[in-house]
Design a protein around this ligand. Structure first.
Ligand code: ADP
Ligand code: MG
Length: 275
C-alpha cells in the first residue's frame, strides 16, 4: 500500500517531513525604553506544523522581525514562549537556517566559500559538503562558474540565492526568512519565489516566511498569518488551498484573488491601508 503524506501536516507531530514544528503560545515582547517600556508583541499564538510553509504578513513595525528573533532563540520573549520541535528555548537554535533582507555575505569569501562557512563552523565533513553546496547552489540558479565569484561580482538576486544556500547547507529542520526578497526587483522576485517553492517541495523544511507582499505570501504558503499594527497580534489565519507549483502570474486565479481580498480587507479594517 502506498502511504500518502498530507500536504498540511498536523502540529501534533513535533517533526515531520524534514521539518520541526514551531509553536508560539501567548508570546509577548516588551522593550525597555528609559523609564517606560514599549510593547512590540502582545499575546501572539500560532502553530506551524512540521514541514509546513507559513507566511507572516503585517505592516512595518508590527513586530514580525521581533517574533522571528524569538523563534530563533536570539532574543527572549518577555511573556509566553515559542517551542521548536516541542522544546522550550534555551538559547540560540542551531538546527535552523536564517535568511534576512540583507544577504549578509562575507565580501572576502566567494559564493561557495560563503555557503561553506556553515559546514566549517559546524565541523562537518568538508569534501562531501562542498559537493552538496555546489548542487544546492545549482538548484538555486547559481551555476558552477558563478560559485567562485565574490558577492560584489554577483547580482542582488544571486547574492540572495547564495544566502538561501548558506541557510540550508547544514540541512536544518526550520528555515526562518525575514523579508528575504524585499530588496529585489519584481522580475527577480517572481523567479526566486518559484525556485524557493520548488526547493521547499523537495525538502519540506518548516518555513516561517516574513513578507510585506500579499502576492508573495499567497504564492508561497500553506497558510498565511496576518498581523495587526503595533502591538503585533495575529488577527487572521488563512489556509491557502492552491495547487503547487504555483504560477508566476497569480492574478488570473479566482481563488488567489479571494485570498488577496481577504488579506487586503483585514488591513483596511485595521486602518493599515485606506482604500
Ligand atoms: P517589523 O519587523 O514588523 O517591521 P520589528 O519587529 O522590527 O517590526 O519591530 C517592532 C517594534 O519594536 C518597532 O516599533 C521597533 O521600533 C521596536 N523594536 C524592535 N527592536 C527593538 C529594540 N531592541 N528596542 C526597542 N524597540 C525595539
Ligand atoms: Mg522587520
Amino acid at each position: 500500500m502506498v502511504e500518502v503524506t498530507p500536504a498540511h501536516s498536523t502540529v501534533s507531530a513535533a517533526t515531520a517531513a524534514g521539518g520541526a514544528s514551531i509553536v508560539g503560545r501567548g508570546v509577548s515582547k516588551r522593550f525597555a525604553a528609559g523609564a517606560t517600556s514599549f510593547v512590540a508583541l502582545d499575546d501572539v499564538s500560532f502553530e506551524i506544523g512540521g514541514g509546513e510553509f507559513v507566511s507572516l504578513i503585517g505592516p512595518s513595525g508590527c513586530g514580525k522581525s521581533t517574533l522571528m528573533l524569538i523563534a530563533a532563540g536570539l532574543i527572549p520573549a518577555t511573556g509566553g514562549e515559542i517551542r521548536v520541535a516541542g522544546k522550550p528555548m534555551s538559547g540560540p537554535l542551531t538546527d535552523v537556517g536564517i535568511v534576512f533582507q540583507d544577504h549578509l555575505l562575507l565580501d572576502f569569501r566567494t559564493a561557495l566559500a560563503n555557503v561553506m562557512l556553515q559546514p566549517e563552523v559546524r565541523a562537518m565533513p568538508l569534501a562531501s559538503k562542498r559537493e552538496e553546496a555546489l548542487r544546492l547552489l545549482a538548484k538555486l540558479g547559481i551555476p558552477d562558474i558563478a560559485c567562485g565569484r565574490y558577492p560584489n561580482q554577483l547580482s542582488g538576486g544571486m547574492r540572495q540565492r547564495v544566502s538561501i544556500a548558506r541557510a540550508l547547507i547544514h540541512q536544518p529542520s526550520v528555515l526562518l526568512m525575514d523579508e528575504p526578497f524585499g530588496a529585489l526587483d519584481a522580475i527577480t522576485r517572481t523567479q526566486i519565489r518559484h525556485d524557493l517553492e520548488l526547493l521547499w517541495m523537495e525538502t519540506r523544511k518548516t518555513v516561517l516566511f516574513i513578507t510585506h507582499s500579499i502576492e508573495e505570501a499567497i504564492g508561497l504558503s500553506d497558510r498565511v498569518l496576518v498581523m495587526s499594527p503595533n502591538p503585533g497580534r495575529i488577527v487572521d489565519e488563512i489556509a491557502i488551498d492552491l495547487p503547487r507549483p504555483r504560477p508566476a502570474v497569480l492574478g488570473e486565479d479566482a481563488s488567489f484573488n479571494k485570498y488577496a481580498e481577504r488579506i487586503h480587507h483585514a488591513f483596511l479594517k485595521m486602518g493599515v491601508i485606506k482604500y
